[in-house]
Design a protein around this ligand. Sequence first.
Ligand code: FE2
Length: 345
Amino acid sequence: MSDDRPATVPLDHTASTERGNDFETPGQPGRRGLSRRAFIFGAAATLPLAVSGYAVAVEPRRGPILTTYQLSPPDWRPSDGLLRIGVIADLHACEPFMPVHRIEEIVEGANALEPDIFVLLGDFVEGLNGFYAKPLPMADWANALAQLRSPLGSFAILGNHDWWHDPTDRASAVRATLAARAIPVLENDALLIRRPGTAGFWLGGLGDQLAFKGTGRGVDDMGRLLSQIPDDGRPAILLAHEPDVFPQVPARFGLTLSGHTHGGQIALPLIGRFPVASHYGQRYAYGHVHERDRHLIVSAGLGVSGVPVRFGVPPEIVLVEVGAPETLALHNAQNRAEQTTALTL
Ligand SMILES: [Fe+2]
């Protein structure tokens, strides 16, 4: 290199020197290195901004993770076979956090799991006020959900946001919009789902427990729901948007599937999940709960409500595999064998 080439000075150095701050290079006269105090102060000042930016702009909009559970509720016999349930919870369709193209991607990912049945656990509509988000036309998100594909079809319950703001008309509209796309809404109703080679199982949907905002009252009627399910030995699954009903769930339901809490939307080490929309705090905030020989799965859901934030609680699609212990063991052994075969081919 020639010694007479023009001297170049990195723009940052120039700017820094002109401002007379600490961004200077050691070894150059009149320049000092970034002081430890300045570094710590800068990091402390920018960390909350970076975390907030991530929590608002990145995690709520990221592609969903897949969370899988394998369960053997007490009412599942070997003859009931294996049931793979795809769970979609708390979509909260809205711009810009859950636009149509994102719902379509979620549906595509869910279909790739090839479950036997899909259950949609309520809160289809926006959960943010107009300052943060714009509602989507119901037909838009419903058309995307209608693309879910499984041998037994899709079944839905309503969530509190499907009722709130306009208690009767909104719930009616959500119900009709889904029903028009061959997605029945179960509200204190049960259906016998028949499957080839098995006796089938009962699927019950509870009416929303918080339908009337600010009153703590809902349209849930466990007595009516239970009266439709005979003691016929078939397994029974309950769909209940809010998990707080779990302590009152009758033994007839070996498995309850819920959403609503969004896993708190924020989860921090040592502190835990917050805020959790449950009277039981962390107890039913997220994941698998096993009490009184009944199983509960609480999904973190896909969208956001209240505030457009997720941190440490990514959007998720849930896959629940249900069967007797020997059924699950056989299924896992077959999976391992398939994987081994694929690796050796
Ligand atoms: Fe929700």
